[in-house]
Design a protein around this ligand. Structure first.
Ligand code: NAD
Length: 469
């Protein structure tokens, strides 16, 4: 439902029969009223969002534990603190961002005023994934509010506890005339996407990204698609082996490997592999103890379908570290694979689980050739103590982000832009179909009278300080 779980009604207009038409029209009318434009309004909404994060912290921790046993420290650093830092950055800069930018004039317009005004788009749709269900819904929301838009949010239905928390609680901290949460599985989201939005911000898989872009194209709606990544990590012989192992292991096994910017595979020399393996084993034991399954700091795979997919990838190469699994708990041990070949299944898709394959290369140029023969990655990692090696990889490759001697940390700097480049482009330039799941998508759909209706969720207790009334 929209807002606090209410079902939007069919208003029988141009989107006749569409269950979300009334909601979108209501938000568009609110946007056209101009209420989201003043800076004070935007600041008040952002502050409301900040209160949601503070007051609902415990609920967020409980929901993320229930959904995928996210370790509380990981929730703090990857969900809460990233949202807070984005919020602070926005609160600090909003005044400057909203100012008109006066531009250079020509001789004929010296007496005129020529400036760039940053206008809101209107009604924005944000569709979030399950892996960082708070961060990847709220960070785009912060941008959309700051820019003066009305917003429909569609959290992932896979992380159902976070979905319920966001649907029930978040609207109470925001102006419900302008901000709504829709809880929707695949079929309902398909209906939602039939509506005309003024901007769509989607984070998720490349295959669904294509569906979203196709739906947006019908209305010529601009989109941002934050998609997957198969992120190479080149480890040079000159690196500090212990630091490299710790940082690669941290980035790979954080959130049980379900991170779009995780290092997906390591490229290094055969000699470096010999040094890296014991260092990785040591780092894994230091982080998660002798049995990671018992560790409160190691998460689980989000669902059974995802577990089956990741588990099947364990058959590539030879297991050097880990490899244990437990389907009941959806546990996959932090695993390192060696003797992996380019055409093994694990090298054909984004791993999105706690498995790190190592492939050996002869030189930095060999690594560059390997990287350039594949899709342009969301982020490229290099570990080296030689500046010229970092520079060479940076200059001869193309990737959304680049980070040397660390993993993931570039994500914590809100003044850096973030994003990937285009669609996966295979070697022969032909668009490759993404691997299809073994079963159809598990979006939960509750059929109702006359078609698919949004689900209504059981009510949660009221927050102590609802905003605004
Ligand atoms: P997903 O594409 O399955 O789902 C994302 C969203 O799309 C969900 O809200 C889902 O309900 C909706 N959806 C699913 N099928 C749909 C359909 N047929 N029509 C309309 N909507 C549909 O992705 P996911 O499994 O939730 O997330 C994992 C993926 O997201 C990975 O590929 C990961 O790399 C990527 N990701 C990217 C970033 C980034 O910033 N680039 C960040 C995190 C995750």
């Amino acid at each position: 439902g929209s807002g606090a779980g209410k079902a939007p009604e069919d208003n029988g207009d141009a989107m006749s029969g569409n269950p979300y038409a009334e909601l979108v029209s209501r938000l568009r009318a609110a946007w056209l009223s101009g209420k989201t434009r003043p800076m004070e309004y935007r600041l008040a909404q952002l502050e409301g969002l900040g209160r949601f994060l503070d007051e609902k912290k415990q609920d967020i921790l409980e929901a993320t534990t229930a959904d995928m046993r996210k370790p509380p420290f990981e929730v703090e650093v990857s969900e809460l603190s990233i949202c807070r830092s984005e919020l602070n950055h926005t609160l600090n800069n909003l005044g400057a961002w909203m100012k008109d930018k006066h531009v250079e004039k020509n001789w004929a317009t010296q007496l005129d005023s020529a400036f760039i005004r940053k206008d809101p788009y209107g009604v924005v749709l944000i569709i979030g994934p399950w892996n960082y269900p708070i961060n990847l819904l709220l960070v785009p929301l912060i941008g959309a509010i700051a820019a003066g838009n009305c917003v429909v949010m569609k959290p992932s239905e896979i992380t159902r506890n976070v979905e319920r928390l966001v649907a029930e609680m978040l609207p109470r901290y925001l102006d419900e005339d302008c901000f709504a949460v829709v809880t929707a599985g695949v079929e309902e989201t398909t209906r939602l996407l039939e509506n005309k939005f003024d901007y769509i911000f989607f984070t998720g898989s490349p295959s669904v990204g294509r569906i979203v872009m196709t739906a947006a194209a019908k209305h010529l709606t601009p989109v941002t698609l934050e998609l997957g990544g198969k992120n190479p990590c080149y480890v040079c012989d000159s690196c500090n082996v212990q630091n490299t192992a710790r940082r690669v292991a941290w980035g790979r096994f954080f959130n049980a490997g379900q991170t779009c910017v995780a290092p997906d595979y390591v490229l290094c020399s055969a000699e470096m592999q010999e040094k890296l393996l014991p260092a990785l084993r040591e780092a894994i034991t230091e982080f998660y103890g002798p049995n990671p399954r018992e560790s409160p700091d190691f998460g689980r795979i989000v669902g059974d379908r995802q577990f089956q997919r990741v588990q099947a990838l364990l058959h590539s190469g030879h297991t050097a570290i880990g490899g244990q699994t437990d389907a009941e708990e959806r546990y996959i041990a932090p695993t390192v694979l060696v003797e992996v070949q380019q055409d093994d299944p694990i090298m054909q898709e984004e791993i999105f689980g706690p498995i790190l394959p190592i492939l050996t290369v002869a030189s930095v140029d060999d690594a560059i050739a390997f990287i350039n023969a594949r899709e342009r990655p969301l982020v490229l990692y290099v570990f080296s103590s030689r500046k010229e090696v970092m520079k060479r990889v940076l200059e001869r490759t193309s990737s959304g982000g680049f980070c040397a001697n660390d993993t993931i940390m570039h994500m914590t700097i809100p003044s850096l832009p973030f994003g990937g480049i285009g669609m996966p482009i295979p070697r022969n330039g032909v668009l490759r179909e993404p691997p299809q799941p073994a079963e159809p998508s598990t979006g939960r759909v509750l059929p109702g009278p006359g078609g698919i209706l949004p689900r209504t969720l059981p009510a949660l207790p009221s927050p102590t300080a609802p905003y605004p009334q």
